[in-house]
Ligand binder design. Structure first.
Ligand SMILES: [Zn+2]
Length: 565
């Protein structure tokens, strides 16, 4: 196996590989880019062709080309190996041949089924009426869209697909494993009948499952039971399809999400497809589930901003609300798309009427806190007890989950609207904070990532270790971390600055880099101070000891300093 890995590494160039996913700029002997794994404005993502590694000074991620594929595609090592082997033209020998052929057969079967459904689009239903193609066109879908999303039709027969696949030499076991065929006392029958078929793709665009929407009530009864006819039916979970991990539309949307640094989340397949056709292409839907940790993790690699476009009145309490809470807990910048004009059901409907209506709704998105504030004020007068109760229930939990600076902004806002002292809002939002030690779903507890502060400190120390002449330029707050070895070399406080050193060959102006890093570091120190002041303010508020006014004054002073840096 390791010789195959080496062979792949020899045949591929990391800069070329990474450059096919994100835009790289030359920087000395290395390349720089905006990091695809965290949100940033100045590039701290580095690629070293000489060492065939990549590393981000902003979020601390790094590794070889396999690690890069795992991270950016959101796949396990085995899949990254397969992807890179294909790219390098290396044939993998050691994969379990039984497992490999099982997986390969499943992908081939699903692809064949997809083609079969596509070829049926214009088949007339037995009792007449619209064909699937008629229906889709009536809903406003263009030919190109239907082709791109590979929409199809499962005719209203019991064994059409099964017979077709058997003719293509797939076994009954294969059919059953795919979830497209159901085993019963009388043999096998097709799961999807009389339905418009939406293939569900994995990250790389391979068909892994289907969703089927009823075209009209089937003429035949389900075997032996009075099965109610559901509007939508999905494939069951299989070895290739784990609902909690798949986002519908992501294979089409991923590069747009990365580019826009925001992801629009809608509810249904038709919403994704019509949004895409209507020019909002950074769009996905949770496929048949409420939003899960795994789905959010995948989105988070591409974007930090999440714009939800649910029907928030009905979604306010249920599964969608839980998804929003999860996203907030994961540090997403959650926004709510602007309301659609009265009479428009959903995004698909809006695009059907006029794509500009949908584009306008997305660009008019509001911060989730603002959304809850507006909703509360629509129902209650700001000075009423009902308004306060509603704020307590909906707005405060959101504010509590925000980082301190942002939280300060919304506390001020709420204080102004409800005419309550800022300190009181602070302490109320403090009570709503998740308990200390609550696990952040996005952090791998086994290897806690380094903080931005730690990473910057490492880099600064790395620079002076390499260029001792720059020690006098060091911020006094930092020089405490440095000591001089007996031979006059700089010892960076025993801290590992290995990655910093690795990339120093690419730094053209070490002094400018040092100054830039120190400025960023100063910001981190100020943010820490602000967080500390917050804690003091709320404890002063609780105990009545200490001067809250002074503390708030100090808070505002530092906050201002931070913004002028
Ligand atoms: Zn990064």
């Amino acid at each position: 196996m390791s010789s195959q890995i080496d062979e792949i590494k020899n045949r591929l160039d990391i800069a070329e590989l990474v450059g096919s996913y994100i835009r790289l700029q030359k920087a000395g002997v290395n390349f720089k880019a905006l990091c695809p794994f965290h949100n940033e404005r100045t590039p701290s993502f580095n690629v070293s062709p000489a060492r065939q590694i990549w590393h981000c000074f902003g979020c601390g991620k790094g590794g070889d080309m396999f690690e890069f594929i795992q991270q950016i595609e959101g796949v396990e090592f085995g899949d990254a190996l397969k992807t890179l082997a294909d790219r390098a033209g290396v044939e993998l020998k050691r994969e379990d041949p039984r497992l490999k052929s099982e997986r390969t057969r499943q992908f081939a079967l699903l692809e064949e089924a997809c083609k079969f459904f596509e070829s049926n689009l214009a088949v007339k239903p037995p009792l007449g009426g619209l064909t699937a193609l008629d229906y889709l066109k009536k809903r406003g879908l263009q030919d190109e869209t239907i082709k791109t999303f590979r929409l199809g039709y499962a005719s209203d027969e019991w064994r059409a697909l099964g017979a077709h696949l058997k003719q293509k030499n797939f076994s009954e076991k294969d059919l059953e494993n795919s979830g497209l065929v159901v085993k019963s006392g009388q043999g096998y029958y097709d799961r999807f009948r009389g339905r418009i078929m939406f293939p569900i793709f994995d990250y790389s665009g391979r068909v892994v499952a289907f969703g089927g929407r009823i075209l009209e009530a089937p003429t035949s009864q389900a075997v032996g039971a009075t099965e109610a006819v559901a509007k939508y039916v999905n494939s069951p979970e299989t070895s290739l399809y784990q609902k909690s991990k798949i986002l519908y539309g992501l294979n089409f949307a991923k590069s747009e999400i990365l580019r826009a640094s925001e992801c629009v989340l809608v509810e249904g397949y038709m919403d994704v497809i019509m949004s895409w056709q209507g020019g909002v292409k950074n769009v996905v839907a949770a496929s048949g589930t409420a939003l899960t940790h795994d789905q959010l993790k995948t989105i988070r690699r591409l974007a930090e901003k999440l714009i939800v476009a649910f029907d928030m009145d009905s979604a306010g309490e249920g599964a969608s609300k839980r998804g929003i809470d999860l996203a907030l807990a994961g540090g997403f910048d959650v926004r709510v798309a602007g309301a659609l004009d009265a009479g428009l059901k959903d995004p698909a409907d809006a695009v059907y009427k006029n794509p500009a209506l949908w584009q306008k709704a997305v660009s008019a998105s509001r911060h989730i806190a603002q959304f809850y504030i507006d909703s509360a004020l629509k129902k209650h007068k700001p000075n009423s007890p009902e308004a306060k109760r509603e704020f307590q229930r909906t707005v405060l939990p959101v504010i509590s989950s925000l980082a301190d600076l942002e939280r300060a902004h919304w506390v001020r806002e709420v204080s102004r609207i409800l005419n309550i002292k800022e300190e009181a809002v602070w302490s109320a939002s403090e009570k709503n904070k998740p308990a200390e030690g609550t696990e952040n779903v996005f952090e791998n507890s086994a290897s806690k990532p380094k903080t931005r502060k730690e990473l910057l400190e490492e880099k600064v120390l790395g620079i002076v270790a390499e260029y001792p002449a720059l020690v006098p330029k060091l911020d006094p707050a930092l020089s405490a971390l440095i000591s001089s070895g007996s031979d006059g070399t700089v010892v960076a406080g025993g801290r590992t600055a290995i990655f910093a050193e690795l990339f120093l060959s690419g730094i053209i102006d070490a002094e400018a880099e040092l100054i830039k890093c120190q400025r960023e570091l100063k910001k981190e120190y100020l943010k820490e101070k602000l967080a500390y002041l917050n804690a003091q303010i709320s404890s002063a508020e609780k105990t009545g000891e200490g001067n809250v006014g002074d503390l708030l004054g100090e808070f505002q002073k530092i906050s201002k300093e931070l913004h002028t840096l």
